[in-house]
Every structure is written in structure tokens, then in C-alpha cells.
Design a protein around this ligand. Sequence first.
Ligand code: AGP
Length: 605
Amino acid sequence: MCGITGFTGKQPALPFLLQGLSKLEYRGYDSAGVTLVNSRKLKTWKTKGRLSELEKKLPNDLAQSCGIGHTRWATHGVPSNMNAHPHMNSDNSISVVHNGIVENYAVLKKELLEEGYTFHSDTDSEVIVQLLDFYYRRKPVMKEALMRTVKRLEGSYALCVTSIYEPNTIYVAKKESPMVLGMSKEGTFCASDAPAMLEYTREILPLQDGQFAILNKDSLEVFDTDGKPAEKKWIHFPYDVQSAQKGGYDSFMMKEIHEQPSVIRETLRGRFRGTHVVLPNIEALDVDWNEIHETYFIACGTAYHACIYASGLYQRYTGKLSTAVPASEFRYSSPNVDGHTLCIFVSQSGETADTLAALKLAKAKGCPTIAVVNVLGSSIARQTDAVLYTAAGPEIAVASTKAYTTQLVLLHVLILKLAELYGVRVKGIGALIRDLKRLPEITEEVLKNEPFMKKCAGMLKDQRDAYFIGRQLDYPSALEGALKLKEVSYVHADAYYAGELKHGPIALIEKNTVVLALATQPDVAGKTISNIKETVARGARVILVTDQTMRADEFKYVVRIPELTPSLSAVPCAVLTQLFAYYAAKEKGCDIDKPRNLAKSVTVE
Ligand code: AGP
């Protein structure tokens, strides 16, 4: 996720570009940059760090009335001045900002290198400006050069182009990454999201996939993929600036819950070729895979729950030994690990002190290490042997939601890769990969249960406790559900293996105690249902999450997840329990995005 702004008009462009980018900083903030155009040249300023760092670099007297701007959330190439956008062609005549992922950038880059082009960054985005240059030199018509360029791009993009050839014009194109357009008496503008332009107008024109647009100071033209004029569908934007930054949701947590379909899609992008798993940096590791005897999955909090899930999956798919350990335990446990032990670390921030210390210990002991991280260029990402990035974008709410589900998905992909490297054939892999790819739509479907989960959360109104139960791969989902509820609503919550209830915890069940039961694993779901009946007999109010087939007529509150390979149901379960926690917190009037006593990134022990 990145933030983009563009302005061409009758007054200086910079104020719009900067105020717009400041409203989009929730989309990314590891570097920022702008290009301003006058008739003879492009002037570009960019820097690593937040927008405020860029503002310090800018002279006061910038009067150019056309320009483009960008704040970056790095996906290819660490946050740095060099990798910051805009990117320019070699004679500095064309400038481009991009949001999205160019999946085939390596192929395009190779082609362009062979044509004599030089590259100045590690980004996928730079190929766009070089490709534009390539086509523009063949036929100097920018509209055609842009059409030919975007036809070559696989993946997602929202991009803006400005050049010395048409100094008052901005070209815009979009596929699968957001881009909105607007006009006012000041000029014509574009941005990744409406908050950037709400100070100027509330009439917004969202660009559709495959469309592109040409912006001039008093005109705005939209075209379809073939370059024919397209119908403009304006909408009136109903929110004020503050709520618009949250996409109209009242909290970042809710916005991030709803972003899950798209970030799961991004995380899966380009990971499979048929049933072959495409993770080149894992293949490139200098590891004798037959000599790996044991694997540790290590993390903290929510990421640790992703590890428990991954460990169960790993044993199931590879038949090899594995253990999930909290990083705070691993680092002090004098672990008996060596070059035959693979250590996999999971972290949203990539800066969690315990996880980083555990990584350093594993490396000191000679273990091969892999990290699944969300923040590009973070400490854990830099120090591990190989890093895989979730594409969750910035997670602002303290309670982790989209980072967790993207971890589940990417760990799944990684484990399939490891099975491949061990020479183990995973049964039903074709169907599994098909279902992994369906997860964005399935998540969309599961989100429709929001009103139902809100109703269920209402059961907690006068309750101080709740219990989450599940077996096998439902157990990490129970743990995560309980953690989410605790941290945002302050309702005391515990999670148990369903079969463990009768060994003690059932003593806590009394009239109206809330039990959320997860029974999505067909082999053991019937057993979990029997355990729930034991709680109902003691007065519990049960919310049952199960699959499409399980008989559950005797329960009043049942939510069925869409048909899916059972090992993937942790994703729908996470979405449902996130909604449950959110509405419990809302009912109790809690500060949902900033729960008491917690910090987003725990960089101290
Ligand atoms: C989860 O909602 C919490 N914010 C917390 O448990 C978090 O997952 C944990 O601190 C680990 O953080 P990390 O993923 O950034 O390493």
C-alpha cells in the first residue's frame, strides 16, 4: 500500500500534494517524494522517512502548478532515498509514482537491461518509467506509450505519470489498486483515496480497473483499456476527512478487518505456478533439506498463534517434527538446536524485542532461519537468512487482524514449499491451492456475518468472562479469538482444547457463561459438539462456528463458514472472532484502536 497524489491547475501544486499525502499516510510512511513540472524540467525531491522529513527538504518558493507525490509502503526494496518514489527515466524527462506490485518486473527489467537501460533502485516500480521511456522513444505519444506500458504489466498498479513533454498534464492508470479523481475551481487532481481531496471537493470519480485518465488544469478525460472514452461515474462522498481516513469505519481495527480480502489476495500474488510453489529466496537458501531434523516456529502474541497453527500444519504436510514456542521462552530456554534445526520467525512489525533476540540466538547456534514479516526492511527482515513478506500494508490498530490472517496464508504457502523441498507430496495439493486462491472471496463472504457476530457479542453485555474452545487446527483460532477479545474489550477470556474442558475448566461454566466453540475440522468436530453439550447442560450460552455439513440443530447461535479445505478454516474463524471482539469492545465503549496498557510494537523486553 502506498499513497499517491497528483495535481494540475491554476495555482501551485505543492500544497495540494502535501496535504493530500498527509491524509494518506495511513497507507504507508517509510519514504516520501514529489515531482513538480515546469516547461523545461522536472524537479524531484524524495527522502526516506515520513512526509515531515520531505517537507524539511523542500524550498519555500515552489510555484509549479503541476506535480505528483507519493508516500511509500515498501514491498520491493528497503525503505531508502533511492527506492523512494517518484522514479525517473535516465534523462529526467518522465516521472512516475506507483502503488501496487509489478509481478513480472524481473522479466521486464531483464529486457530493458538488454536494451541498454540502467536502473537506480531495487523497486519493481522503476520498470514502469523505463518501459514508458522505451515506448515513448519509439512513438512520442504519451497516451499510446502508457497504453503499451500497462499492457505489459502483470500484477496491480495505480500510477501517475508526468513529463516535460506535456508539462500541464498528468496521466493516470489503474488496475486492482485504488485511484480516485476530482475537479474543483483550483484544478484537477487524483489520489489513492478520497481523504486526500475532501478539502477541495466531495464529488469523487473512482477510476475503474483497466481504465486510464488524462488530467489537465480544466479537463479530465477517462478512457477504457482500448483508449476509447469511458463513462464517468461520479459519486458524492459522504464522510468528513477524519472518518474518510478510516474508510468510513469508526476505527482502524474495523477498517483493517474489512481489508482482509484484498491483502490476502496481495499476499498470495505470484506464489504458485500450477502446483509448484514460487518462493525463489527459500529455494536459494544454502540448506541441505534432507538434513533438517526439526523445525521451530517462534513469535509473540498473535504471531505466536499463527506459529501454533503453522506447526500443526507442518507436521501434517511434511510428517516432520516441529514445535511452536513463544520467543520470550525460546530465548531463555538454552534450546538444543543446531544446523539441523530450521527456525521460522513470525512478526508483523519485524521489531519485537523477544523475537529479534530469539532470532539472534538461533543464528548464533548455526540454525538456518526464515522470517515471515510485514514491515519491509525491519530488523528481523534484515537479520534472517530469508524473508517472506506478508502484504498486509500498514496495520495501525494495536489489535492485529489483517497481519494475522496474512501470516496464516503465507505460512501455509511456505510449508507447502518446504514439503516440496523435502520431496514430500502433499495429498490433494491441487484442491488445496485452488482453495487458497479462493480465500479472498471466502473472506468477503464471511464478512457478511458481521450483523450476526454483533448480535453474539451482545451476549457479553453483562459478562466478565468468555471461553473459546476448539480441537486440532481450531485450537490456535480459539487462542487468537480469546486474545483479541481480552485486548480490545477487557473481557476476561480463556481458550482451551475442547477435550480439556472436563479436566478442570468446566467448573467455571455457570448460567449464561459465553462459550464460543470452533468445530470446523471434520475429524474432530463431532467430539467438540459433544463438549459443547456438556457446557449447555450447565447453562452456557454457546456460539458455534462450524462447516456446512455438521448437524447442529439444537444450537441457537450457529455460524457456518463457506465450504473450504478444513486446514484453511483458520482464516474464516479469525475474521469471525475479530468481529466478535470488535463488537464486544464497542458495546463496552472501549478505545478500540488503542487498548489500555498496550503498544503496537513491543521493542522492549
Ligand atoms: C496482537 O493483537 C498484539 N498486538 C500482539 O500480540 C502482537 O501480535 C505481538 O506483540 C507481536 O508483534 P509482532 O507481530 O509485531 O512481532
